[in-house]
Design a protein around this ligand. Sequence first.
Ligand code: IPT
Length: 998
Amino acid sequence: MSTPQNDLAQNDLAQNELPYRDLPYYEDVSPARGTTPPRAWYASSDAARLSLNGIWRFRLSPTATAEDDAFARREFDASRWAELPVPAHWVLHGHGAPAYTNTRYPFPVDPPHLPTENPTGDHRLVFDLPHGWEGGESLLRFDGVESCARVWLNGEELGTFKGSRLPHEFEVGRQLRPRGNVLAVRVHQWSSGTYLEDQDQWWLPGIFRDVTLLHRPEGAVRDFFVHASYDHTDGTGTLLVEADPGGRLTVPELGIDLATGEPATVRVEPWSAEVPRLYAAELATPGERVPLRIGFRTVAVEDGVLKVNGARVLFRGVNRHEFHPEHGRAVDAKTMRRDLLLMKQHNINAVRTSHYPPHPAFLDLCDELGMWVIDECDLETHGFAIVGWRGNPVDDARWTPALLDRASRMVERDKNHPSVVLWSLGNECGTGRGLGAMADLIRERDADRPLHYEGDPSCTDVDVHSRMYAGHAEVEQIGRRTESPWGDRELDERRRAMPFLLCEYAHAMGNGPGGLLEYQRLFETYERCQGGFVWEWIDHGIARRTVDGERWFAYGGDFGEELHDGNFVCDGLLFPDRTPSPGLIEYKKVIEPVRISGDGRAGTVRIANRFNFADLSGLSFLWYYEVQGVSVAHGELAVPPLGPGESTELKLPEPPAPERPGEALWTVRAVLADDTAWAGAGHEIAWAQLPAVPHVPAPPPACPAVLRKGEGNVLVLGRGAFDAATGALRYLDGFEVVAPRLDVWRAPTDNDEGAEWQPDERYGTIWRGLGLHRMQHRVVSVRDADGELVVRTRVAPASSDLALDTTFRWTADQRGRALRLDVSVVPEGDWWCPLPRLGVRLGVCGSLGLAEWYGGGPGEAYPDTRTASRIGRWTLPVDALQTPYVRPQENGARADVRWAELRREDGTGLRIEGDPAFWFTARRWTSEELDAAAHTTDLRPGPLVWINVDHGQHGIGSQSCGPGVLPQHRLAVAPASFSFAFSTVATRAGATWGDEDR
Ligand code: IPT
């Protein structure tokens, strides 16, 4: 933000930009010494290459200068050093420990200086050249070293470099010998580069990507640039490949055989993330043949809209950090592919490589499988925000060479990927001249991709307007191109004419994110709103084991860091072990590229193709007619191969004559017709349920039983036995229960807790402050009202006059086995905040370990995360109802439950029906225990299963970083009434009350 103080600070700074002098290389701001210019990366060629990955020797020292460089000499004896795999982070192999901070630098902000304690890892590898390795030039390539390296080969120093997630190469032909080569690499955890790499992630030093020796025959490819555009007006592609040295380019399938530097225009099929058409090609220079895969596509901003091949694209995106729970950012090829398959399988079509260029092979996979990519530079100086941006390197000319080096290493490395459609200057760097210089450099080199950077609201250097965590209302305003002015009229106008992206939204920390559906509607309504990127793909929990071998995931603070940001590092759609979280299942549903809607009663269904490029010929449509959650008829629906944006309305078949009464609905699913590269035939893409016959809850007792006094201090009503003094239910049909009572507490989610920078109320703190976690229940009266049992309780927190005046009215039918509970709640006092939940909690014996329910499932759902919940009959063990969020918190509710049963192994158990449908939760610990736990291993099953049947739940929102719960999803305090019927289940086959309903 531009304020007088800021401007002053920036001016002062400009005058202070005297050159830094006499700094050691790791503090010196210059990017590198001795490396060769950046160039395109390619996975293979016919030139020899030798992977130097493997087991190296390793020594850790506490400071940058504790050890001299004698280890680089060939004769040095490192046989007593530890062994360490490369690529790896040494802190994940028992040398030192990881540490997590979000924006804060873990050392004083004193650029470019670093703490004296600067863990330094000396790495050493002895290697032979393979048989037949020819002499001449070779390059030694490092794909990623954090954060600064000094390199020697056979005792001769090659140079130094910084830029952790960028490639660096040295010429080494002269130093190589056939046998016994000694490669020595000194890696400092902290360097001036660290000031540019303040991304929100673990601090993980090491050689974490591949090390490769590349033979460079005479006339080998130094660099090449593939320009492959597509003209959607005439269906032609134009190919031009620049190469140094020049050579020939062949694309057999297109009959192309050209000299480099010469263009060719031919009819082609275009590349898109939906239809990733690649053409196999070969670049041949006098000394090398490089296989290429070419995708034709044109990216352009036209009429304020970002278009590819002439069509508006909608990003259904995620922010992807590189992360593996055991290996940190040393992510292997299998894991990269796994990420992409999981994304494709969940309808995700775009990745922002937050906040650095990924392993280069990842982009090959994006080309192949189809993914829009925003490639982001390895640059973030977020920690300067804490000191009012004073000294921010992106606004200090002394750092500009380092910024430019980073920009050009990214662009040169990744320029040949059709999947990369936008360049991003970096993340959260504030503003400054350095960013402008980077933008100039990138545009100069590659005019064919628009630029992205979120941190400068003026949008001076970019082609798309981008925001993070903007609320729905603001996105709507932006959608209308009426967002508030920033300052400069001309720039404001320019910005309003730009396409808009949410480069981060929907913070997926813990339970959530909520509110996805409402964002998606905005993206579909406003042409300018071209989608967003959920923050983020995966939880960065580090795998640990208890002494008993049980696995758990560590977050900030678990390694004894004195400064840390706790579990803010676990905010992904995947759990650390890459199991999809409910958030991912919800996202998949919300962004489904086929919209199915209709009128189940009228028997009509509408299919809309929401792809931007693909038609629907690859999909099959299946229908099911379900009565009480059981499919009674099904078949295939003939859907024409609608083109992008097209829709049609179809008639569903005649439903079968009902064998028994009850709720009925149509489920229509769109599935892959054939196997694809990323999922098999039958994989579901989209679905909808269309109600045909509504659900009718069980009526109140027709022939009410009468309350009577039993033996001792007991009241008996139907099959229920109650404590006469408190009115608490003790037994149901001989079955012991911990009496149902009103419950409003949930273990606050990360989103309930909220973030300090969000203006919305932080309800976790507010609820706790009010004492909602320790409500007291004062029994006001226990009455026999015309044979019914009526119990009035005042439920209220200590030290407050707020209360919930609660009446439980118990009734039973003479003939039935069920007990009906009508609850009514009347708030007292000025309740100004929503409740976490409103319902009834009871406890039953832990042997009731199996849950079956008819209602929303199979996964959890909350008011603003319920799109993926589908009505059906579901069965799961109680243990599987819980979602293992890395930091335990409220989870596991099932929405719209008509009835639920908990059963023992022999089939006997308890049944609960709701009127209206309810939220159902069952777990082996209480909400209080859940609330107290810091890690999953803190939760120990108790002797009981605790059941919550809720009339209401507060929404989830995204406030752990973004906006809170939308008003329509808040659980406002208001008079409420709702009912449950409790009965026992005799055996699986001979069910009791509710039998007529099944
Ligand atoms: C935003 C960062 O860009 C991202 O790296 C991550 O830290 C995210 O927040 C939260 O997990 S910045 C935030 C202060 C809006």
